[in-house]
Ligand binder design. Structure first.
Ligand code: BES
Ligand code: MN
Ligand code: ZN
Length: 512
């Protein structure tokens, strides 16, 4: 019962809207440009307006349907020759702003509204004026992300059934590229929704060992192997920082190692994706306050994103090797837990003074970055719900991005731009690293209040072995605090699309 995310059947069609059989037809409706004077939608929506007996033009005239972003207008089909009987128009804003990112959120609103109305077979019409590259994929992503509901732990009110079928009604003709784009969107959305499910699972049920089992189940494939390091293997790798974090918990730690290898792999770049997998973060002896501590079940969202991305990568088959590593543990206070002031030895031999046991993410990630180098990585990316400070800096609309050199950081930025997951750079200046000086050991695990998101990143940089490295702090973006017209409350699945795009981007860069 741990997943309800079976991907629906997704297909593209170019026949008349009247012939497609579904529970609901969704279409975007644009905000008229007053300056240009007039309703430039009229032409696109004319046949649809006829089928609904003019309800659309009446709603336009009365101001009920304006085309404002995320606005919804639902009406019945009057024309008895149509097979689909319900129409949902979703406001898409000004037509000239309609790009893949807008298409994704408009489609998400459609997916969510359709799910609310128990429509399981959906057709989304992409009018002629808005078929641009990237839109088909984005529309599929949006519908499936918007239709996501997590009712796994409800035994009574289980809500509406999941989406079973999604048809994109395209203008003109459907070619192989359309179908490929739609399938890519379906894979990315399914893997994002799986990551959301993992992050939503409560800490009592989702322990490091369960995380490892889930990786084997969800990621193993023809080109992808999954290997789990248990306590003994973790000890023999010398991962003292991970061991230190885990030692206050009754649950043993694990390291999940996922390796993707393309067919005929040539020597070349090897991308490592490293995700924080703290299945529950109490803070340890430096314990957190009670308010909202329940949300610390999400502290493995970075690890979930790596798992989701490795599954997508196995299906989309980029031309370079990718290694996914998730160090997973539970951070608990206990008689055996680490104390503030304790000194631990990292896998790379450095000593670390733990001044605050709540700064545990950087500890487990540091050892995982060392492991990535041992496994032959040439490029590093880590993703983590790492600091409250990044939420202060960037809020909930962009993930923090820190790294070196700037060319590699730019690659990550551009990948985020294509997938529509907003990131924003913070400076990796060496001066910030001085805040991590320890009286006792090589390095302290906290750097004071100032620039907390950057000093956390500088700690990780010390374990990057001078490889190109980029760090994504998703503490503010891994979770939707509220439901909106386009997404449910809870885990966002942030990072899956971006991390999946990276091996393609890196391969293009390596090609020159
Ligand atoms: N998991 C938290 C960071 C976090 C905070 C994630 C809020 C999501 C929402 C992390 O392990 C942590 O506790 N960080 C501390 C670091 C501090 C002790 C230097 C923090 O941000 O307060
Ligand atoms: Mn913490
Ligand atoms: Zn944490």
């Amino acid at each position: 019962m741990h997943s309800t995310t079976a991907a629906p059947l997704v297909r593209c069609r170019a026949e008349g809207l009247d012939t497609i059989d579904a529970d609901m037809l969704c279409a975007p409706v644009f905000l008229p440009d007053d300056a240009r004077g007039g309703d430039d939608d009229a032409e696109d929506l004319g046949p649809l307006d006829l089928a609904v007996g003019g309800a659309l033009s009446r709603a336009r005239a009365s101001g009920e349907c304006t085309g404002k972003l995320h606005e919804r207008f639902l009406t019945d089909v009057i024309d008895t020759t149509w097979r689909t009987r319900r129409v949902l128009l979703v406001g898409a804003g000004p037509r000239e702003h309609y790009d893949a990112a807008v298409a994704r959120t408009v489609a998400a609103t459609a997916g969510m509204a359709a799910r609310d109305r128990a429509a399981t077979r959906l057709v989304v019409w992409c009018p002629p004026g808005c078929q641009a590259p990237g839109i088909t994929q984005a529309v599929v992503e949006g519908v499936l992300l918007g239709a996501f509901r997590d009712t796994r732990f409800k035994t009574r009110d289980t809500g509406t059934p999941p989406l079973a079928e999604l048809t994109l009604a395209l203008d003109g003709s459907v070619d192989q590229q359309d179908q490929t784009d739609a399938e890519r969107g379906a894979i990315l959305a399914e893997c994002s929704n799986l990551a959301r499910e993992l992050a939503n699972e409560p800490g009592n049920l989702f322990t490091p060992r369960v995380f490892a089992d889930r990786a084997i189940e969800l990621v193993s494939g023809p080109r992808t192997t999954v290997e789990i390091l248990d306590e003994a293997a973790i000890a023999s790798q010398g991962m003292g920082l991970l061991q230190g974090v885990a030692q206050g918990s009754a649950e043993p730690p694990r390291v999940i190692v996922m390796k993707y290898e393309p067919e005929d792999a040539a020597p070349g770049p090897v991308l490592a994706l490293v995700g924080k997998g703290i299945t529950f973060d109490t803070g340890g002896i430096s314990i957190k306050p009670a308010a909202a501590m329940d949300l610390m079940k999400r502290d493995m969202a970075g690890g979930a994103a790596v798992l989701g991305a490795m599954r997508a990568i196995g299906q989309l088959a980029p031309p370079i090797r990718v290694i996914g590593i998730v160090p997973t543990a539970e951070n608990m206070p206990d008689g055996r837990a680490i104390r503030p002031g304790d000194v631990l030895t990292a896998a790379n031999g450095m000593s670390v003074e733990v001044l605050n046991t709540d700064a545990e993410g950087r500890l487990v990630l540091a050892d995982a970055l060392t492991l990535a180098q041992r496994l032959g990585a040439t490029h590093l990316v880590d993703i983590a719900t790492l600091t409250g400070a990044v939420v202060v800096a960037l809020g909930h609309h962009a993930s923090g991005l820190v790294g070196v050199p700037s060319a590699w950081v730019d690659t990550v930025r551009r990948a985020a731009d294509t997938t529509g997951e907003q990131v924003w750079p913070l400076p990796a200046l060496d001066a910030y690293a001085t805040q991590l000086k320890s009286e006792t050991a090589d390095l302290a695990n906290i750097g004071g209040r100032a620039a907390g998101a950057i000093t956390a990143a500088m700690f990780l940089k010390a374990f990057s072995g001078e490889l190109p490295w980029a760090h994504l702090d998703i503490a503010g973006t891994a979770w939707y605090e509220m439901a909106t017209p386009s997404h449910a409350k809870g885990a966002s699945g942030v990072g899956v699309r971006l991390l999946t795009e990276l091996p393609f981007a890196l391969a293009r860069d390596a090609d020159g």
